[in-house]
Design a protein around this ligand. Sequence first.
Ligand code: N2P
Length: 357
Amino acid sequence: MKKVVQMFVTVFVVAFLLIYVTARFNTFRGYSGGETLTVYNWGDYVDPDLITAFEEETGIKVIYETFESNEAMLTKIAHGGNAFDVVVPSDYAINKMKEQGMLIPLDHSLLPNLQYTDQRFLDLPFDEGNQYSVPYFWGTLGIIYNSEMLDGRHLTSWHDLWDESLRNKVLLVDSAREVIGIGLDSLGYSLNDTNPEHLHQAQRKLFDLVPNVKAIVGDEIKMLLANEEAAVGLVWSGDAALIIDENPKLDYIIPVEGTNVWFDNMVIPTTARNIEGAHMFINFMLDPENAAQNTEYVGYSTPNRAALEYLPEEITGDQRFYPGPEITDKLELYENLGRRMLAYYNELFLEFKMHRK
Ligand code: N2P
């Protein structure tokens, strides 16, 4: 009898130890159940149900982190310490990361769903041949406004933002190239201007805008505009689409002077620990049904040609958010202006923010 009890105790202790050691080992790897994948994306830029579906389908646990501008993302990655597997930067930031050797080439044989992407969004100048990146969402930068809160006025140009009637009514996104960009665009300069004199003129022009600026904000810009806490906003097209869905009194315009057209693509940085999982995640997002679901959730425009068939005409037929090439060809893509020039844009933007205080 004693022997039997002893045996039970031994089995119990060994089993307990085994469970304990495995648990410790897994915690050490960052997850108590297996493989992980760390994704770094813009805020409000994925349907969380898709993350869950990916986890269920693959058994890979996703660790998800967000940023609010390319500059914030680049700074965080440059400081190291984060082993991101998939990141979603915009065009010029992708070019910069590629030049600095921060990206690994994609294995297209692991991305069969890339075939569903519209040709129009492939092989763009910032990453020829899509060696390092594949399309996620695209859009423009423009003005959203609530005409009722402006006594029935309609806005058409960047220039309108300076109008006295807009005193303390304008929200800006907290992003250097966008804000400096409206200064440049309103003066007729390129969004890629590197002439210090022009850039200073743009900054001075922005100083004049200060009385009209109510706040410089992040993703809460959607809530503030939908709730009519501000009448006007400098926003990315997809955010505008979501806001208008919430509050149809608002409208979105591409200003007459022109603006930025941008492309956010998925990349795998050299810090990646799960390269195979990263390709699986990217391919999952390129699946037409998943891309359609994601599009409905985040409000941005999909570059996935096959996904359009799953979306209502009300979304895909809206010229404000799906402008054709005849419009986008006239807009400007941000170029990678090089480390020093980008730092200079940041500095001018910071000075503008200080000027408001
Ligand atoms: C999502 C913002 C997406 C961005 N909140 C523009 N590239």
